[in-house]
Design a protein around this ligand. Structure first.
Ligand code: ADP
Length: 704
């Protein structure tokens, strides 16, 4: 049987059964006016403003539609992606598009049923073949290979055998291990059997006696069971850590600093033949434990005893149990484990990538992917890798069975964790070319804004002058009525009026200075490319710290405009020419400043999730000033050479012997990297490539 997709039909159905918001505009007319800071009253009383407002709305839409995301294959990811897109103001193509999008968000795989990816540019959120490479059998093979090459570096994965191929080997090893256990007076080692393509704990069982293996054709792995896991309040738990592979050329890996901890629901006891079947004690999967009477649904994200907890809460709880150094060490080990695991699958990932996206193609089309690491801590706080999930669930709801009916309810803890993850990923994944276009667009808008402001300012000034005259005339009349003896000469009234105006200006200026201290401006590109979208938590009354898309540059302009008016007040006594020149400089400065500020006009003014979405994804590979992983890139280098020779240059007849000779000439072989090791690598890479060649022959497609 095939792997049950994580986006099961039931979930897909659920996703599509949700009220489609696709037809809804990204922001409603009400929001639009709020966003722009315009009110209908202003628009009707000031025709110039009204037309400016219409123009702004149009420009706003243009800016938004600059970034498009194809969500037609997002299925169970759709709700969270949609939330983020609305927040970012990017355009969602829920029914797909005939033209290229900037980002394609798939729920399961790169191809999603197509033999060839139908578009030529943009970024796809899945790498070709990733789910294959991360299946338990395949991942184990890659990690075992690396363990062969670097025995001391890959000790974070339990000893694992393949079934059915290694059944005999397993039986022999068990006999030996149990003898050792007896000798050391320990209870016999336990093993856990898992279907290679399984998920959510399905098909898993524990055993001690190899004769208890259930015979099946389905590939399985059998793994040493970690029988002394770290417990919290007597319960076993595992960690779900989210990792983003942003680029393959060069490799860029980001670690998300929030995640999930999933708890078992029955107090843990060391395995005995009597309790091996106790699912709720030995397995921590949410999908299983949610059915347990002991399952505690988290009511909010701060809950410290829920069966699902935020990773940050668990780190805090662990630092109450262990010293800070120990906890920090565990975190560092996790980072190393992630990098080493990705380096282990990298050669084959590159070969797969090469097939679907050879060089000219991948200049415009490339991939990124969020993957989920499942990690358990042993009683010494040492992290141990259980598996890597190519499609970690991004659901932000949970289902409940009520009187035989499945009910879907929002899950605040999932939203709190997954929404910023997707939000930050989208921002990071945006193609650089697109960023350049948007930055250019923002500059053009800024210039247009300046022109519009000049015109508007002149009109405004005329209006103000007229109303000033009217006010002053009224005031004089009023004064005369009250004081028939003209006790206050007209001159003093005029002075008083000027004083009041100045006071008002000073007050405005103070508010402006307070709210907008000088800031560094749009950062350089590279991975700071995204600075224009991020907002520092510096400011205002709303204490609002959303990230703001440059696509909504119009909002920035609106803010700029308000600032500009305040500054105009300052310049009231200056000549109109000077005023305009000064205001132009100020506008440009403030556009840049505003881009690092909170978007006070956003419809969601206080949103804890987005507040915390800053700096949540941290680059862990490549690491600056560190040569820690250089030697591990050996296999990747070999894959690279292989790709160049065999794939790109077409030396399809390169044999194992030639490859070995070649590796020797390149000086790759040494005491630990022996000829058989090179053979394994050759075979591994060749096999992967042949898989594609076969596919090629079947579908009649030709490799260049
Ligand atoms: P699945 O993909 O089906 O969730 P996992 O490999 O994640 O499979 O295993 C499911 C659960 O079984 C884990 O969450 C963990 O609680 C437990 N588990 C898996 N492997 C081991 C192991 N080697 N030692 C101890 N517990 C394990």
């Amino acid at each position: 049987p095939r792997k049950r997709s994580k986006a099961s039909p039931r979930r897909a159905k659920h996703a599509s059964a949700m009220p489609s918001q696709a037809s809804m505009p990204l922001s409603s007319p009400t929001n639009q006016s709020t966003l722009n800071g315009d009110t209908t009253t202003t628009a009707t009383t000031n025709p110039m403003r009204a037309s400016a407002s219409v123009a702004k709305t149009e420009e706003n839409n243009t800016a938004k539609s600059l970034i498009t995301v194809d969500t037609s294959k997002a299925r169970s990811n759709l709700p969270v992606v949609r939330l983020c897109l609305r927040e970012l103001g990017w355009k969602e193509c829920v029914h797909g598009s005939t033209v290229d999008s900037d980002i394609y968000w798939h729920s399961a795989s790169f191809h999603e049923g197509h033999t060839t990816f139908p578009f030529t540019s943009g970024r796809v959120n899945k790498f070709p073949c990733m789910s294959d490479l991360l299946r338990k059998v395949h991942l184990t093979r890659s990690l075992n290979n690396m363990r062969l090459l670097f025995p001391n570096e890959y000790d974070f994965y339990p000893k694992t055998w393949f079934l059915p191929e290694q059944s005999q080997q397993f039986k022999d090893d068990v006999r030996y291990l149990h003898q050792l256990d007896k000798k050391h007076n320990r209870s016999p080692t336990t093993f856990i059997v898992k279907p290679s393509d399984g998920s959510q704990g399905e098909g898993i069982y524990l055993l001690r006696d190899p004769s208890h293996i259930v015979n099946t054709n389905r590939p399985h792995v059998i793994q040493e069971y970690i029988d002394q896991p770290l417990l919290m309040n007597g319960l076993k738990f595992d960690l779900r850590i989210y990792v983003l592979i942003l680029n393959l050329y060069p490799l860029e890996v980001y670690l998300y600093d929030e995640g999930l901890a999933r708890f078992a629901t029955v107090d843990y006891k060391a395995p005995t033949t009597d309790n091996l079947h106790e699912t709720y004690m030995h397995l921590t999967n949410y999908s299983l434990n949610k059915r347990s009477a002991g399952y505690k649904h988290p009511v909010d994200d701060k809950q410290t005893d829920g069966s699902k907890r935020k990773l940050s809460i668990v780190w805090k709880q662990l630092s109450e149990m262990f010293s800070n150094e120990k906890v920090e060490r565990t975190k560092n080990l996790i980072v190393e484990m992630i990098n080493k695991t990705i380096l282990a699958i990298l050669p084959e990932l590159r070969v797969a990538y090469e097939y679907d996206l050879p060089l000219p193609k991948r200049q415009n089309l490339s991939c990124f992917q969020i993957i989920g690491f499942d990690i358990i801590l042993n009683h010494h706080l040492k992290p141990i890798l259980l598996e890597v999930n190519s499609n970690p669930s991004l659901r932000i709801d949970f289902d409940k069975n009520e009187a035989g009916k499945i009910i879907y309810q929002p899950s605040p803890i999932d939203e709190e964790i997954k929404r910023p993850l997707v939000f930050e990923t989208l921002k990071l994944a945006l193609p650089k070319k697109k960023l350049d276009t948007i930055t250019r667009h923002a500059k053009i808008q800024a210039n247009e804004e300046i022109m519009a402001q000049r015109v508007e300012k002149v009109a405004q000034r005329r209006l103000e002058e007229r109303s000033e005259k009217l006010k002053s005339a009224r005031k004089t009349r009023f004064d005369m009525k009250l004081n028939p003896f003209f006790s206050r000469p007209l001159e003093s009234i005029a002075k008083e009026f000027v004083r009041q105006q100045q006071e008002q200006q000073q007050h405005e200026q103070k508010r402006f200075n307070h709210a907008y201290p000088t800031h560094s401006i749009i950062g350089s590109l590279s991975h700071e490319d995204f600075t224009p979208y991020t907002f520092s938590n510096n400011n205002n009354n709303n204490n609002n710290n959303h990230s703001q898309p440059i696509g909504s540059a119009r909002k920035i302009m609106r803010r700029t405009k308000q600032l500009n008016y305040s500054i105009d007040d300052d310049d009231e006594n200056g000549s109109p020419v000077t005023t305009t020149a000064v205001s132009q400089t100020v506008v440009l400065t403030n556009i840049k400043q505003s881009s690092t500020r909170s978007a006070s006009h956003r419809p969601r003014t206080t949103d804890a999730t987005m507040l915390k979405s800053i700096n949540t994804l941290k680059m862990i590979f490549p690491v600056e000033h560190s040569t820690k992983y250089r030697h591990l890139l050996l296999v990747d280098n070999i894959a690279y050479i292989y790709i160049q020779l065999v794939v790109t240059l077409g030396f399809k007849t390169m044999t194992g012997g030639q490859f070995r000779h070649f590796a020797n000439v390149c000086g790759i072989m040494n005491e630990s990297i022996t000829a058989p090791t090179i053979d394994i690598l050759y075979y591994q890479i060749l096999k992967k490539w042949q898989q594609f060649v076969l596919r090629t022959t079947l579908t009649g497609r030709k490799i260049k």
